[in-house]
Design a protein around this ligand. Structure first.
Ligand SMILES: NC(=O)c1ccc[n+]([C@@H]2O[C@H](COP(=O)([O-])OP(=O)(O)OC[C@H]3O[C@@H](n4cnc5c(N)ncnc54)[C@H](O)[C@@H]3O)[C@@H](O)[C@H]2O)c1
Length: 509
């Protein structure tokens, strides 16, 4: 393992970039740690934090048709608007209590307490008049006329993407059935809908046949992280082949529209850049990733087989890297790995030399794209992703520095120790040995070193890791009218807030 500085950021936009890098998004150099104390920054940052800005710098109030506050409240309590950050570091029991309350006010959303007050009026709390359920705390859903309400099956609906899709479909007023075997997903991610009259959760495996009367099937069931899908390669292949065949058979029987969540991995190590839907790919069919890459390729082949032979109404989304709240913090995906390491003060590990590129998309944008594709009449594959391409080293630097910036603003969990003798604030980890740091953390009521500045370190490359990834999204723009709305900053900050809440909660148990 070697530790060295990451490659320099790309040239600023006002310099003329070479052809080789001109397509890459320039990640603005992350702002340096502010000289001001957190207490001086807290007011300004708190007011700007209440808004989520889109790519044009305009405040976002809705995602699709759903109020953004409502969506956020399903995974983070009191999102972005509530709670005043403590103005200084805790050194007394009273200050610790204040910090605890602050973190509780920014904690994860749990099913017991959710009721998003800020939803617009058409999203009325369920139920309004006749009481069909003893629960009063369901998130609000839109009231749809029966003719507009769809019965929708989401396979893999307890996973990262699936749970956000379920949230959106539920908020829009549809009847949703989730089928999941919880291999890489969790009941917790959708537990806020448990008992809602529009919602059903079925523990089942797509490899087995399943019968249900539905109008639409979003077929997402398949572990998506390399760690998870390589855990049992044969099962991953069965899930992709037999699972997709079962769901297509169901779609054929009940005449449901079928959407396959395919992946950019079907392009393999691409010889064409950016990747258009017409590119056939360059996949190693015997390598350790083949179970996923070839599994998804056969799933696409099956989908078009049922379409041509049996007139099944199909949609295929080729999804590029996506990130956001509810990613599994231990499944080894890039964004969650970097954020969690930075929050814990651990080193950010890059596999290879850091020059591989990735284009990252925030999960709410992906869900909007999936719903638009399902509602469209377009049956050929559509890339869904962003053109925000940057090297893995640049993503690591951006994420680490963003975590530090948010800590300095007092917006996420503690990273500073008690005042020194001069009354000056002192960042934990600066110029100290590990023992000293840990002593101070214990004094500050924390158990592990959170204030250490993370280094970026390089470890051996992973076999068949694709060197470049960027979608050509012309088709999505033209046929769906879809383009990503979340800025890099808004998406990364939201995800950091979520993982910070997870870390705070786990530290308090
Ligand atoms: N997240 C991304 O960046 C990304 C990128 C490209 C494609 N995709 C695709 O999107 C879909 C969802 O991805 P994700 O990131 O939410 O992954 P995830 O692993 O978080 O979710 C997958 C879900 O499917 C369930 N599942 C797995 N095998 C199953 C089986 N045999 N029967 C029933 N349920 C099963 C899991 O328990 C989990 O809830 C996957 O099909 C994936 O290939 C995701």
């Amino acid at each position: 393992m070697s530790s060295r500085d990451p490659p320099p950021l790309l040239p600023p936009l006002d310099e003329s970039p070479t052809d080789e890098v001109s397509h890459l998004v320039h990640l603005a150099p992350p702002s340096r740690r502010p000289k001001k104390k957190p207490s001086e920054l807290s007011l300004a940052s708190n007011s700007s934090r209440s808004l989520t800005l889109d790519r044009d710098g305009n405040p976002m109030t809705k995602v699709g048709e759903v109020p953004i506050d409502l969506l956020q409240s399903l995974y983070l309590s009191n999102p972005t608007t509530g709670g005043t950050p403590p103005s200084s570091r805790p050194t007394t029991p009273a200050q610790h209590e204040q910090v605890l309350q602050h973190h509780q006010s920014h904690s994860l959303a749990h099913a017991r307490s959710r009721s998003a007050d800020s939803a617009v009026s058409e999203f009325a709390a369920w139920p309004r008049s006749v009481v069909h359920s003893s629960r009063q705390t369901f998130p609000p859903v839109k009231r749809l006329a029966v003719k507009d309400r769809k019965r929708i099956l989401v396979t893999g609906g307890a996973g990262f993407v699936g749970s956000h899709l379920v949230d959106r479909l539920m908020c829009l007023g549809h009847d949703v059935v989730v089928l999941d075997n919880f291999f890489s997903g969790s009941k917790l991610s959708i537990s806020h809908w448990g008992g809602h009259p529009n919602f059903e959760l079925v523990r089942a495996d797509v490899v087995e046949t399943f019968m249900v009367e539905v109008d639409q099937i979003y077929h997402l069931a398949c572990p998506a992280s390399p760690k998870a899908y390589q855990h049992n390669a044969v099962k991953t292949l069965k899930t992709n082949f037999m699972g997709t065949m079962n769901m297509l058979g169901l779609a054929k029987r009940v005449k449901a529209r079928f959407l396959l969540s395919s992946t950019s991995e079907i392009y393999g190590s691409p010889e064409e850049h950016p990747q258009k839907e017409t590119y056939w790919g360059n996949v190693n069919c015997v390598g350790p990733r083949a179970c996923y890459d070839e599994g998804k390729r056969v799933a696409e082949a099956l989908t078009y087989g049922y379409h041509r032979q049996d007139n099944v109404d199909v949609r295929v989304a080729r999804i590029f890297n996506c990130y956001g709240p509810r990613m599994n913090s231990s499944d080894g995906r890039l964004v969650s790995n970097f954020i969690v390491a930075a929050l814990r003060g651990e080193d950010l590990q890059i596999y290879g030399d850091g020059t591989a590129t990735r284009s990252l998309m925030f999960v709410h944008d992906l869900v909007t794209g999936l719903i638009k594709l399902m509602s469209s009449s377009y049956t050929d594959p559509v890339n869904i992703g962003t053109e925000d391409e940057a090297t893995v080293a640049e993503w690591a630097t951006l994420i680490r520095d963003k975590v530090e910036e948010m800590r300095d603003r007092g917006e996420i969990a503690l990273c500073v120790a008690s005042d020194d003798e001069d009354g000056e604030e002192e960042v934990l980890g600066e110029g100290e040995g590990e023992e000293e740091q840990e002593d101070k953390l214990v004094l500050a009521g924390l158990e592990r070193p959170r204030g250490r500045r993370s280094e970026i370190v390089y470890v051996d490359a992973v076999v068949d890791d694709p060197p470049r990834r960027r979608p050509d999204t012309t088709r999505a723009k033209e046929v769906l009218g879809w383009k990503p709305t979340y800025s890099i900053e808004a998406g990364i900050e939201e995800t950091i807030r979520y993982f910070s809440a997870i870390e705070s909660e786990s530290a308090s148990y």
